[in-house]
Every structure is written in structure tokens, then in C-alpha cells.
Design a protein. Structure first.
Length: 618
């Protein structure tokens, strides 16, 4: 670092956060005012230093990680922190800009180079898209950029960029007071903290830190935006519909406590209620009085349809129906404003409960169509938890088995009891005497007892001896394992592709399954099927059509971006009509790919035989 840079930083550091004019700094360093502006720009263009000099009409002050060790991560200064703060500050600055502003103008405001600002804005554009918030950075050649979106979406975006900054709990208050010091006066900021602390205690909200951080930040944004004339535009008649929620009581309490700082109309109350619902505060059941019967009927019709398709008790079991209905009834209100639900466990739900997530995404698709909403992954994950509870409550599906014999019935009954003791997945439905005219059915497993002379060659038939020795146990074991094998008829292709759609299309074409392209892309458009660890599992929803189960594996020459994840191993699954089979396959996919190194070994394999051998050792 240059000597003059050191002198400038040292002097500002000695002023303990007070602003110093450029004229004073020029005299101290014996340079011109213009030199001071250049020094500030050069220092701020080097984020690796962990030092930022902020500016205002009063002059300059040091904003440095050196001033507070709480901003350190390990032994390194918070370069990531400063990058995240810069992104937040850009969003904050653009928040209420009505006209386009050039990169040069933004660079001058934040004392970074135009190239740094341009690069950061490009990254911001990608991040905003990944968040699923309805805001874009609108770019016009020769004019610059501005934020395009509704007031609601802009508020949500700004809050996300601030609360996603990784800091320790004890630093949050100071950071917020500093970053919003030009938006609200210190007494108002302190009032907001006091109000949330008070209501958290009085109403027993038990806010965890992330919820606390989000609520405080959003209230700061709300107060500033209302006081500067930037109010939300929401259909006011929706207010009566949210009065059944306990979040409405919390919102009214916040309004009352902050009445000396802000005047909230019904539209702002409605936004605040929807925002509180999105935090998933767990305030208890909704009041029965005042619920919209039309909405309830539509929700339960969807749950009925889902049960018909997947045979999962989303409707027929009253406790499950009521639980999911209440959850959906609650969340469609913030979803109508595209307010993202708070859910820090999206990835876990998407990977560990992939089958439940797939069913949940189908519910979400139907909700979108019925209520004209946009359902994000955070909400699909909550629905997946409900589905997983139902699946885990259901009895494990057993293999219906018929015992065939030609003599000694009493001994066969004893042997049948041994069979179900050894193999709890078997359900003995009948014991029948075998004759040459016996009619076999595909839906049963047949176990013959000493039918050596019978010439029975069926895939669902096993012949064992009376003595039930180890060899017979192994024979049944092998048969049951073969029923669960998922890679016996798989085809594996190495391909090159640049997008998920082209990869899926090429694999389906190679395997003569092009008719499945639209059903699979329909599922993909609802929520990307990438699950991390370089893996994606594209598949279609179940519907009234009967598909023949098929697995197609694709290995990409190099990873591609699939939603927010890089993907190189593609496991396309055309589902079976057997729901339990689908659940098993998805669970098998997860178990085999949950370790990144194991996935990399699969990607390195040269042929189908080597792939299956490696798969079976995981």
C-alpha cells in the first residue's frame, strides 16, 4: 500500500468514525482535494485490504475491519463481508432511484472503480435471479441501470441482501445502526430494536436470531420507505382475509408501538401481516371464524387429486388433511405478493426427502394454477415436510406372497411362519395346493415348496426345500434384492451440453424416449431437480398416464449450471406406476450420491459395467 494511503487511513482511524472534510485531509497530507478523492477510490478498489472509506457531504470516515475484531473470520479480514456489504449498499442506493444511473456515477459514490462496480452488478443480477424475487436490474446502453420491481419486492430484496451478510449475533445491532444511519436517526433505530424485544417477550414469540434479524431489518426498511413516500400497492380488500391469523395481532401491536415513528395505513398493515406469516413464527392454529370457504374447498380438492395420483393420504386422513390445509391457507397470502417464506433448510429437504419434494412440487404447481401464485422452493420444502410425515406414518408395503405345495399342509404352515419371520417384507396371503392347472398372476410372488417336478419358469416364482436351509434363505434374499435393483436395464451416455434443457433433450433422444421431454421439463420448470454434489434427477410428475419405469444416466464432459448448482451426473427417472417403487428409487439415488467424492468416482467410470460396479460398492 502506498505511503499516502497509510497516512490517510491512519488519520481517519484516529477520528473514531467521525467525518473529515477533503479540505482538512488535503492539508494534513499536503496534497490537493483531488488527490484525496483519488486515494479514496484506490483504497476502496482493493477489497482484499478489508478497508472501506465511506463518504457523505460532511466528508470521509473510515469503515475498516481493523476497527472491530468481531468482523474477522478466523485470522483473515472479512473480504467476503466487504463484498456483501458493497452489494447491499448498491441495492440500498438503487432502491428509490427512479432514473437510470451510470456505472461511473455509482463508482464515484462508493469510491470503487467502474470496472469493479460493473462486475459486482453482474453478480448481483445472477444472485437476484437465484433468489426468485420479482426484481430485475434493468440495464440500458448509454443510460445505466436501475431496479425494476414493485415496492413489496424491493423491500424483500433489500432485507435479504442485508440479513444474508454473515456476521456474529453480537455485531448485528452495531452493523445495522451503521448501515442505516443515513436512512433513520439513531433514536428511531433504537426504538425499533426496543419494540421488537418488547413484543418478542410479551407475545412469547421466541424469535430465533435469523428471524429476529429479518424482522428488525424489514421494520427499518418499512419505516424509512413510508416516511419517504414509497408505499406498497396491495389490494386493500385482502385485509379482512388475514384478520384470522395471529400474525395480524402482532402487526397491530407493532403499529401501535411504532406510532410515533410511522403512520401505517391498511395496505402497509396487510404487507406486514404477510411478511410475518412468511417468517413461519409458529403462532398456533388459525381462527376458524372468518376463513374463506371457497379457498378451503379449492385446497382440499387439490389434496384429493394428489392422493388419487400418489396414494399418499393427503385427503382421506383427517389429521393430515387439516394440517396441510391450514399450512397452505396460511402461506397463499404472502405467496400472493411473492414474499419469500423463511426456510433455512431447503437444500436438506430437496436432497434427503426428494420423493416428498417431488410430490410437494406437484401440489405447488396445482396451487399456482388455481390461485395464480408463484410458489418458491422455500415453500415447496415446507410442503415436503408434511408429505414426508405422511409417508413415514404409512405401513411399509409388503410383497403379497402365495405358498404352493403338493403335500404335508401342516408342515407348510410352520414353514410359512418361518418365512415371514426371516423376511418381514413378505405377506403370506394364501397357502394353496399346486396343480398343473394352477393360474399364476403377476401381482403375487409365488414360493413353491419342493415342487421339483413342476416345470414352472416365471420371474415371480421361487422353489425352495422343506428344510429351509441357508441356500434357500440366500435364494429368497437374492430374489428380493433383484426386485430392488435399479440399474439392471439402465443406459449410460457421455454427452456435451450447455443447459439443463439441452442435456435432458439429448439423453431422451439417445434413449428413444423423446415423448417424455415435455413431462420432464414441466417438472423442471416448477423447481430445478439439481440436489448438489454435481447431481440432478430430472423426472416427470405422475399423472393418469401409465409410464414404463426407465432410468437414463448421463455424464457430462464438464459441469453445467443447473439452477443454483453445478451438475455433471444426470439421473433421468421415468417413474413406475408403483408409488413405493418410486420412493425407493429416489431414496437409492440420494444414498448413492450424498458423498461428493463417490459421485466424482462415478463420473470417472469408462463404461456401464464399471459404473454399476462402482455404484454397487457405495
Amino acid at each position: 500500500m502506498k505511503k499516502k494511503h497509510h497516512q490517510l487511513i491512519s488519520y481517519l482511524n484516529s477520528k473514531n468514525g467521525e467525518f473529515v472534510s477533503s479540505t482538512v485531509l488535503a492539508e494534513i497530507l499536503n496534497v490537493t482535494d483531488r488527490s484525496i478523492r483519488n486515494y479514496v477510490k484506490e483504497i476502496n478498489s482493493n477489497p482484499a485490504s478489508g478497508i472501506v472509506i465511506s463518504s457523505s457531504p460532511q466528508g470521509y470516515k473510515l469503515r475498516s475491519n481493523h476497527q472491530n475484531d468481531e468482523y474477522k473470520k478466523g485470522d483473515e479480514y472479512g473480504t467476503n463481508l466487504e463484498n456483501e456489504l458493497l452489494e447491499f449498499r448498491i441495492i440500498q442506493f438503487l432502491m428509490n432511484q427512479r432514473e437510470y444511473i451510470s456505472y461511473d456515477e455509482i463508482a464515484n459514490i462508493f469510491f470503487y472503480s467502474s470496472q469493479t462496480i460493473r462486475s459486482r452488478v453482474q453478480k448481483l443480477t445472477v444472485k437476484i435471479h437465484e433468489l426468485g424475487v420479482g426484481v430485475d436490474i434493468d440495464t440500458k446502453v448509454f443510460r445505466g441501470i436501475k431496479l425494476a420491481g414493485t415496492e413489496v419486492q424491493k423491500r424483500i430484496l433489500l432485507e435479504l441482501f442485508f440479513t444474508n451478510i454473515f456476521i456474529k449475533k453480537e455485531v448485528f445491532r452495531d452493523l445495522l445502526m451503521r448501515e442505516f444511519s443515513e436512512w433513520l436517526e439513531k433514536p428511531v433505530l433504537k426504538k425499533i430494536f426496543h419494540t421488537v424485544d418488547k413484543i418478542n417477550t410479551e407475545l412469547h414469540l421466541s424469535l430465533e436470531f435469523l428471524m429476529y434479524k429479518k424482522l428488525i431489518t424489514q421494520l427499518v426498511i418499512i419505516v424509512h420507505q413510508i416516511n419517504t413516500g414509497h408505499q406498497v400497492v396491495i389490494e386493500q380488500e385482502q385485509l379482512e382475509k388475514v384478520e384470522v391469523f395471529k400474525e395480524f395481532e402482532v402487526a397491530k401491536k407493532l403499529q401501535q408501538e411504532l406510532s410515533d415513528c410511522i403512520s401505517m395505513d391498511d395496505k402497509e398493515i396487510l404487507f406486514l401481516v404477510n411478511y410475518l406469516i412468511s417468517l413461519q413464527l409458529g403462532l398456533g392454529k388459525i381462527s376458524i371464524v372468518g376463513q374463506d370457504e371457497d379457498i378451503l374447498t379449492k385446497i382440499q380438492r387439490i389434496l384429493f387429486d394428489i392422493e388419487e395420483i400418489y396414494h399418499v393420504e393427503t385427503y382421506s386422513k383427517k389429521r393430515f388433511r387439516e394440517s396441510i390445509t391450514e399450512h397452505i391457507y396460511r402461506i397463499i397470502h404472502p405467496a400472493s405478493q411473492n414474499i419469500l417464506l423463511y426456510n433455512p433448510y431447503i437444500k436438506e429437504a430437496k436432497t434427503e426427502y426428494f420423493f416428498s419434494f417431488s410430490i410437494a412440487s406437484n401440489i405447488a404447481l396445482k396451487l399456482e394454477k388455481e390461485f395464480d401464485l408463484e410458489i418458491q422452493d422455500s415453500e415447496i420444502a415446507y410442503l415436503a415436510y408434511h408429505i414426508q410425515v405422511i409417508l413415514e406414518s404409512q405401513d411399509k408395503k409388503k410383497i403379497k406372497t402365495i405358498i404352493l405345495f403338493n403335500r404335508n399342509y401342516e408342515r407348510i404352515k410352520l414353514l410359512a411362519s418361518k418365512l415371514v419371520t426371516y423376511f418381514d417384507e413378505l405377506e403370506i396371503v394364501r397357502i394353496e395346493k399346486y396343480t398343473n392347472t394352477f393360474q399364476f398372476e403377476e401381482k403375487y410372488l409365488y414360493i413353491g415348496i419342493d415342487l421339483i417336478d413342476a416345470a414352472i419358469e416365471l420371474q415371480n416364482f421361487i422353489n425352495i426345500g422343506y428344510k429351509f436351509q441357508k441356500s434357500e434363505i440366500k435364494k429368497i434374499d437374492y430374489f428380493l434384492e433383484s426386485q430392488n435393483s435399479i440399474l439392471e436395464k439402465v443406459n449410460i451416455y457421455r454427452i456435451e451440453a450447455n443447459t439443463p434443457e439441452t442435456a435432458i433433450k439429448e439423453l431422451l433422444f439417445k434413449d428413444d424416449q423423446s415423448h417424455m421431454l415435455e413431462p420432464i421439463l414441466k417438472r423442471e420448470r416448477m423447481s430445478y431437480t439439481s440436489i448438489g454434489n454435481l447431481v440432478a434427477i430430472p423426472h416427470s410428475y405422475l399423472d393418469n398416464q401409465k409410464y414404463q419405469e426407465k432410468i437414463i444416466i448421463g455424464i457430462l464432459e464438464k459441469p453445467i449450471l443447473w439452477g443454483a448448482e453445478n451438475v455433471q451426473l444426470i439421473l433421468i427417472y421415468i417413474p413406475s406406476s408403483d408409488i413405493r417403487r418410486n420412493e425407493y428409487v429416489f431414496q437409492e439415488f440420494y444414498q448413492k450420491t450424498k458423498d461428493l467424492e463417490a459421485v466424482r468416482e462415478l463420473i470417472k467410470t469408462k463404461n456401464k459395467q464399471e459404473f454399476i460396479q462402482r455404484w454397487n460398492t457405495i
